[in-house]
Design a protein around this ligand. Sequence first.
Ligand code: ATR
Length: 275
Amino acid sequence: MSNELYAVVGHPISHSKSPRIHSLFASQTGEAIEYTAIQAPMDDFEGTVRQFFERGGKGLNVTVPFKEQAWELAGKRTQRAEKAGASNTLYYDEDGVLTADNTDGQGLVRDLVDNHGVDLGSARILVLGAGGAVRGVIGPILARQPASVTIANRTVSKAAALVSLFADEAGATELSACGFEQPDVPFDVIINGTSASLQGDLPPLSTNVIDDHTVVYDMMYSLTTTTFNQWALDHGATRVFDGLGMLVEQAAESFRVWRGVTPETAPVINELRND
Ligand code: ATR
């Protein structure tokens, strides 16, 4: 029997680590899959998706800039994808309906909790940013019942909109929105979900948000320390992590959704770190 076909779709796509991650999962679990990278034209994501599944493809990962389009295209959405407003995982369900899932938030939470041993329950969490990346992770963070989640953003109205959207999932967690300048006390966990460092910028935060027990997590990953994590280290943080573990964990959850098999992530994270 020939291998079943999977792929990641984005634009650009040549830098994507997903083919390597899924190939490592496949050799580890013995699943017979082939996983490629597809660059969709900016104006024809839908055609690219249709063509892939018509050729017999089994599942797609979707990355920048098409995650919102993937969410719109699907005929059905999982509960976690519905609130995320974006999808990184597409497949046809048993009724033949194109289904959108989102595994990013679970990827972040698994990396923090399982790989780095961070206790999110009762934690006071500062989330920086209010774009698509942050919207995808707020639900799974709230599910861990932290004491508080403060969403800080340059455009405060976008943070406030996320607070309204997720109010029904907050339970006992205190959920609030503010600008970057406002937080002035140490947090247990700070998660950077802005794209500021892509422009070489840093959110203008008070250094008082960090003390020596603060865990700092940058959702971006990089071969060297990220700009944000370097700033945190320079101001007293001792535990800083980048998003490589999140990348591998979201991939593992997509693999489980498609194949019903959960791969081990630690060896894959190690292997990528040493590339
Ligand atoms: P993504 O899908 O990566 O989340 P996005 O939806 O465009 O991309 O969101 C980018 C986030 O980074 C937003 O929170 C944005 O702030 P605004 O909502 O005010 O635009 C934030 N961001 C981008 N560049 C930034 C910068 N130079 N300084 C601070 N925040 C920045």
